[in-house]
Design a binder for this molecule. Structure first.
Ligand code: GCB
Length: 611
């Protein structure tokens, strides 16, 4: 009798095991270093044309679509699904991606990872029908160790289920009503918007993360480097190369960590005028054997503030530039190299020296380009629309999500000299926009203070701030290094009246500076313009009105020493939710059109910023 039960239980366990799939959450540390090919490591990009299938009722898992898609269509990866298909513009539910990949036999015995550049909004991953893991949160990469899933000398099937559904604990969370596809002002592009890679690192030991904190005193540069490794190896070396010199030091690990401070004599600082990059190479091994190697490029520069300015390398710097979006016809939010290159070209053509990755972290290549081109970046998390309920359980979930974003963004982007500040949220508010109503001011302040503090602890070398709208509580500026405001006087307020709009703008700037005694940056200002629409006397939506408004704001800002930067909203027209204030489903505040033709405002900016 006993025996019979044991067999039943074993059978039950076995059946459960075959059907129940466990998805472990990705470990952010696995994506800290971008995949690299060098003397030791190898990488394969597996993006391309993949198989694709809608799963409107989320039946795919039950029907085991991870064993191979039937009746599929084809999709480009990277790219959003919204504009690739005629029936999926507003589709936000489940969909499946599938491709086949060969893992080179030279990688046998190595540790193999997959890195997915991003999945909007959540993804589950299978290899050869076996559940590998999951990740929630758009715009940031995730990686898994897939060594035990890989088949050799034959093809491997990769399946990814993606969905972009509204949920209150997501950030940004979603729509007010069924007629709106988003409650934020950009299109919620869905799918695999960035590249996918597989790569190998030595199984014996490998470099897992490198954090470089630069500083300098006089002519002497200092790099405080923290190296994290995995595997049984106790030491190695670090080599810093640049400016005609080389510094080499031995490193010793304790508990997989090594900290080392390296001096660079006669340092060449990174700045927009001279975006000089040093190579930091970490080698694991001893004198005879090299086990692993990773190298990255970084710059030596510091960022700080006084009461009126942002200081780069101790000197005031004025930020001229734009808020942007990852948005282009057909690609949607998908990475598109020619557009990326053209955008840097056009930003430089206008004389801009900076941009904000509004309203989420962008593809890694934006930061690499900016490092080399000397363009400064305000890196922003996807936290748009914080505090929209008085339900504290819900708020705690949102807070956890925001902190996850912060951790992932800083892990990924920390070594880029171009990133000088972190924006923790766009236009957060303590005001409840949902029927549940508001939370208390004190509760919201405490929560936001804790969030800002987390950023400072994760990265004490950069400035932190949030982008304040009219409805953001201004007391929170207490917590920020720079007072950043998005203002649209002469557009949403004082419609058609640039003169009176700018008076209000000027008054508010003075009041804010008197109250907080901190530098102020205008992180959004601008006007919508339909390319080709003109008027003798500037009227809203004409190119002339856009020029006049931008000119009036820039002229006013020039009269105030404490304004440390002006970012025009937006670099280019971009797709949005449909609404009566979004003609054709576009926000038309770009100084370039969505396909990057200049409006008169782009020429105007060039005439002032290039001087
Ligand atoms: C803002 C938001 C941005 C919008 C912009 C606008 O303040 O930060 O997401 O696109 O206004 O054009 O209304």
């Amino acid at each position: 009798m006993k025996m019979k039960y044991t067999i039943y239980i074993l059978l039950l366990l076995f059946t459960f095991n075959t059907y129940a799939q466990e998805f472990k959450k990705s470990d952010p540390k696995d994506m800290a270093l971008f995949p690299q090919r060098n003397e030791i490591r190898d990488v394969r990009k597996i993006s391309g044309i993949w198989k694709f299938k809608k799963d409107t009722d989320n039946k795919g898992i039950e029907e085991k679509w991870f064993n191979g898609l039937e009746k599929y269509r084809q999709i480009a990866v990277p790219g959003s699904w919204n504009e690739q298909f005629t029936d999926m513009r507003e589709y936000r539910d489940w969909a499946w991606y599938e491709t086949e990949m060969f893992i080179p036999s030279a990688w046998k015995g190595e540790r193999i990872f997959i890195r997915i550049g991003e999945a909007s909004y959540a993804a589950k991953v299978w290899i050869n029908g076996k559940a590998v893991g999951m990740h929630e949160g758009a715009h940031l990469p995730f990686a898994f160790d897939i060594s035990s899933f890989v088949k050799w000398d034959t093809k491997n099937r990769l399946s990814i289920q993606v969905e972009n559904i509204y949920k209150d604990d997501r950030m940004p969370s979603g729509a007010f009503s069924s007629t709106n596809i988003s409650d934020y002002d950009y299109f919620p592009y869905a799918g695999l918007n960035r590249d996918v890679w597989v790569y190998a690192v030595p199984a014996e030991a490998y470099v897992k993360d490198i954090t470089v904190k630069p500083s300098f005193k006089g002519k002497k540069g200092v790099l405080d480097v923290t190296i994290e490794k995995e595997g049984r190896i106790s030491g190695g070396k670090i080599i810093i190369t640049g400016n005609g010199g080389q510094v080499e030091k031995r490193i010793k690990f304790s508990d997989n960590l090594a900290n080392i401070s390296i001096e660079i004599p006669d340092v060449r600082l990174w700045s927009p005028d001279d975006p000089y990059l040093y190579e930091v190479k970490v080698i694991l091994g001893d004198k005879k054997n090299t086990i692993d190697m990773y190298s990255l490029k970084t710059g030596v520069r510091t960022v700080s503030v006084d009461k009126n300015h942002i200081l780069l390398n101790g000197k005031p710097v004025f930020l001229k530039g734009f808020g942007k979006h990852e948005d282009f016809p057909i690609y949607g939010g998908g990475i598109n190299y020619p557009v990326l290159v053209a955008d840097f070209e056009l930003m430089k053509w206008t004389g801009a020296n900076s941009f904000r990755t509004s309203n989420y972290p962008y593809d890694e290549e934006y930061y690499n380009m900016a490092d080399r081109e000397g363009i400064m970046i305000i890196g922003e998390t996807p936290a748009v629309g914080m505090f929209t309920t008085n339900d504290t359980t819900q708020l705690l979930k949102n807070e956890a999500r925001c902190k996850q974003y912060l951790q992932e963004m800083i892990l990924r982007d920390k070594n880029h000299p171009s990133v000088i500040m972190w924006s923790l949220a766009n236009e957060p508010t303590e005001k409840g926009r949902r029927p549940e109503g508001d939370i208390s001011k004190e509760y919201a302040y405490k929560m936001f203070a804790d969030y800002m503090q987390t950023a400072k602890e994760l990265d004490p070398t950069r400035l932190v701030m949030y982008m304040g709208s009219f409805t953001s509580p201004s007391e929170w500026f207490d917590l920020a290094d720079v007072v950043c405001i998005n203002r649209f006087y002469g557009w949403y307020q004082e419609n058609g009246r640039i003169g009176s709009g700018v008076k209000l703008f000027s008054k508010e700037l003075d009041e804010l500076h008197a109250k907080y005694n901190k530098p102020i940056m205008v992180t959004e200002f601008g006007a919508g313009a339909i390319a080709g629409m003109h008027a003798v006397q500037p009227e809203m939506f004409t190119e002339e009105y856009q020029v006049e408004l931008i000119k009036a704001y820039l002229d006013e800002a020039k009269t105030k020493d404490f304004v440390t930067g002006m970012h025009v909203w937006n670099f280019a027209d971009f797709k949005t939710n449909q609404s009566i204030i979004r003609l054709g489903g576009y926000n038309l505040k770009g100084v370039f059109t969505r396909d990057r033709r200049p409006k008169a405002a782009a020429h105007y900016l060039r005439s002032v910023w290039k001087k």
